[in-house]
Design a protein around this ligand. Sequence first.
Ligand code: SAM
Ligand code: SF4
Length: 339
Amino acid sequence: MFPDMTQPLVDPFQRTIDYLRVSVTDRCDFRCVYCMSENMTFLPKKELLTLEELDRMCSAFIGLGVKKLRITGGEPLVRRNIMSFFRAMTRHLDSGALRELTLTTNGSQLERFAQDLHAAGVRRVNISLDTLDAQKFADITRWGRLPQVLRGIDAAQEAGLRVKINAVALKGFNEDELFSMTEWCADRDADLTWIEVMPMGDIGNEDRLDQYWKLSDLRARLAERYTLTDIPERTGGPARYVRLEETGQKIGFITPLTHNFCESCNRVRLTCTGQLFMCLGQEDMADLRPALRNHPGSDAPLEDAIRAAIAKKPKGHDFDYSRQSVDGRVSRHMSHTGG
Ligand code: SAM
Ligand code: SF4
C-alpha cells in the first residue's frame, strides 16, 4: 500500500508526529560529565549536513505537518553561521506552517545571539543550568564558566525570550540546591524543569547509578516546603508539570526512567548527519541523507523516506534502572541525537 501523501505524519500507534528536534552539531564548548567524556571524538565536518541541507530537511518535515522545531546539539550556537539557519526558518513562522521555533542551549553564546534569535521569531529558550555555584558549575561542565551563562540568561530575558531552566538531577551534586534554584528561578520569572540522568553514551569513568537522583524523591522534598498542584498540561513529551502555589512558578519533571511517557510521544529527532531517530531510547534510525543528496531537484524521495521512517516508530523505550544495573542503555551520546 502506498502512503497517503496528503495526510500528516501518523505512526503505527496512531500518534501524530508534529515535533522535530534537530541536532545541528555534535560539538560543544562544554564537556558536561554526564554527557561527554573529556576527550570526545567528533564527526569530521564533511559528514555534517550543510545549513542549506538542514533547511531542506526541516522544510520537508514542516511540509509534512511538523509544527514545532527545536534546535539543539551539541551546542547549537557554536555551529558556524547558525543564525542564518534560524533566519531562514522565519519564513515558515511567517507563513503559519510552523507554530514554534525554539532551541535548547547551554547559554554560553546567548549574550551574543539573544537579540538575533528573537528577531528570527524565537520566543522561548531552554537553558541548561545544573548549579548556581561557580565552582560546581566548572566541575560539572568541565569547560564552562557560570558568569558567562548568567550573562546569557540575562541577555535572553532582556531580548524578550521566555526562559526555561533545565537542570539534570544529580545525587550528591545539586540535591542541596533544590530550594535555592527554585527561588532563583522564581525571582527571575523562569520555569524550571528537572531531568533524570539517562544512560546514554560512554562518558568515561562516571557511574550512572551513582549519579541517579530519582525525581519522585526530589518532588517529595519540594512538597515539604511548597504546595504542589498538578498541571494537566501535556507537551507530548516526557515532562509532567506542577505549579508551586507560593511562587506561582511552573516546575517540570522529565522522568524517562521512573515513568512511561511513550504513549503520547509526538516527536522524532534528526542528527546533524541526517539520521532520523524515531525514539530517543532506541538504536533504530533511518538515514535520510541519501534521499536528500541523491535528489537535489526533488523533495519527493525525501518525503517518502520520512514517511517510511515514521511508519517504523517503535512503541517505546527500554531504559530501566530497576534491577540495580543500567539496562536498555543506548550507545550514542545525548549530544549526537540532541537532548
Ligand atoms: N548543549 C545544549 C544544552 O546543554 O542545553 C543542548 C544539547 S544537551 C545534549 C540537551 C540537554 O540534555 C541538556 O539539558 C543536558 O543537561 C541534557 N543531558 C545531556 N546528557 C544527559 C544525560 N545523560 N541524561 C539526562 N540529560 C542529559
Ligand atoms: Fe554540551 Fe549540552 Fe552536552 Fe553539556 S549537555 S556537554 S552543554 S551538549
